[in-house]
Ligand binder design. Structure first.
Ligand SMILES: Cc1cc2nc3c(=O)[nH]c(=O)nc-3n(C[C@H](O)[C@H](O)[C@H](O)COP(=O)(O)OP(=O)(O)OC[C@H]3O[C@@H](n4cnc5c(N)ncnc54)[C@H](O)[C@@H]3O)c2cc1C
Length: 404
């Protein structure tokens, strides 16, 4: 299986190819995982799901563009299921943004569990079998290898995998979430952490997801029929309750002196940011390896680095300015001083590993954060569950000219 080019052009081309499938076809077939090489067109992509997530994750294409394409092709009703799934992403982003401690605790607990692997031989053995695809559960072993090789798993496979990891293999969910972040090209702090917590019964308290062989057989079109899976999924527990910290939307930066614009791998479409003019310099930054203490796969690193390179090239042409990379060990302040610039703007850095890695230094340079209108409209709605977000989204998006 080949993987798409990490460019905006490739994202637009995939969006255009998939738009016809965003209606009835998606609603009826999205839950089927036909396998990496099945049901594919000439370009070797599955057709029942969009596989746009790596592009969306790096904002080579925006959620707003996806929803607009879905409405234009099928109408809001006809593409309701697809639009809902896109909204799930915004829900998770907003939920984590307003409860950053969930991420901080994940990082602490993940590191504790990695320390336990060093001292507990039994646990280490099962972890190694799981991540190397040697558990003897054929479907699970297949997905572990598919993830490592391709950097992608179908949504249903992610659910089954996480459920078997937690309830059959009884491994800590944090290590599974980390395994995903090492290998998923779309690996995202919010969607990944909260989906693992959802499967384990921590996100919707007490509600778990149990993978069964009947469901796997049906939705893999008979490719797998695994035995020995856990018969029940008793919810995980934690003795912490996370308080909501309402999001403060930053005002649009005022029109003033010349500024540098940061381009990081959380947002690779600088041309569509609301800015107070044209930047005098673009500064590119990547940090994919910060996602895991073990670093990330070549697939993940290459995609993130190339996405930023693509954004810098496009941005430099669009704004008519120079672009430089912020290299490891270099001070951001020195890059700006060298260019004679004192003002820095940056697309919002959401809660996650990149913010942990570079957020402090960016903040130290008197940065003005730029939040996208779509995120500012959807994220604050994520105060409780998904369904209130779905209900309020039409009003929230109407202001952006979108009629759901
Ligand atoms: C355990 C687990 C871990 C996950 N980790 C990630 C992750 O790290 N990054 C990530 O982007 N998604 C994650 N997901 C959500 C989902 O599996 C992927 O977004 C989806 O499979 C991407 O494939 P696609 O682009 O073909 O999706 P499509 O079905 O074509 O959906 C279109 C877009 O909608 C969004 N979307 C679809 N389903 C979901 C969902 N359940 N939750 C949130 N957004 C969704 C994605 O941006 C996706 O690209 C995870 C799900 C589970 C169960």
């Amino acid at each position: 299986m080949t993987y798409p080019q990490p460019t905006r052009n490739a994202a637009l081309s995939r969006l255009s190819d998939f738009a016809a499938n965003m209606g009835h076809n998606y609603a009826h077939k999205r839950n089927f995982d036909y396998g990496a090489n099945a049901n594919v067109a000439e370009d070797l992509w599955r057709d029942n799901v969009s596989r746009l997530s790596p592009f969306i994750r790096h904002k080579l294409i925006t959620e707003q563009e996806l929803i607009a394409a879905a409405i234009a092709t099928h109408g809001a009703q006809g593409a309701d299921k697809f639009i809902s799934e896109v909204l799930w992403r915004g829900y998770f982003k907003g939920w984590l943004e307003q409860r950053p401690q969930v991420w901080t605790d994940y990082v602490t607990n993940r590191d504790d569990k990695f320390a336990q692997l060093k001292t507990q031989g039994g646990l280490r053995k099962i972890y190694e079998q799981a991540t190397e695809g040697r558990t003897g559960i054929d479907a699970f072993d297949h997905w572990a290898m598919e993830l490592v090789e391709t950097g992608y798993l179908h949504n249903h496979a992610r659910m089954w995998f996480a459920s078997i990891w937690i309830f059959t293999l009884k491994l800590p969910w944090e290590l599974g979430a980390d395994f995903f972040l090492q290998h998923l090209i779309d690996g995202d702090a919010a969607s990944n952490t909260l989906s693992w917590r959802w499967v384990g019964g921590l996100h919707t308290k007490g509600k778990t997801y149990l993978a069964t062989k009947e469901n796997i057989a049906q939705f893999t079109d008979g490719r797998f029929n695994p035995t020995g899976l856990a018969a029940e999924a008793i919810p995980l527990e934690e003795d912490v309750s996370y308080k909501l910290r309402p999001l403060k939307i930053p005002p649009v930066p005022p029109n003033a002196a010349a500024f540098a614009l940061l381009v990081h791998d959380e947002d690779c479409h600088p041309e569509s940011l609301t800015l107070p003019g044209k930047p005098a310099l673009l500064i590119g930054s990547t940090g994919a390896d910060s996602k895991s203490p073990n670093g990330v796969s070549d697939n993940v690193r290459t995609f993130a680095n190339s996405a930023v390179a693509d954004a810098l090239a496009r941005g430099a042409e669009h704004f008519g300015c120079k672009a430089v990379m912020w290299e490891k060990g270099e001070k951001l302040g020195s890059i700006m001083a060298k260019a004679g610039l004192e003002r820095l703007l940056s697309p919002w850095l959401p809660v996650g590993a990149l913010k942990d890695a570079i957020g402090g230094e960016i903040g130290g340079n008197n940065v003005r954060w730029v939040m996208r209108d779509y995120d500012a409209a959807i994220w604050p709605l994520a105060t409780k569950g998904f369904f209130p977000v779905k209900k309020k989204a039409p009003d929230a998006l109407r202001a952006l000219g979108m009629e759901l």
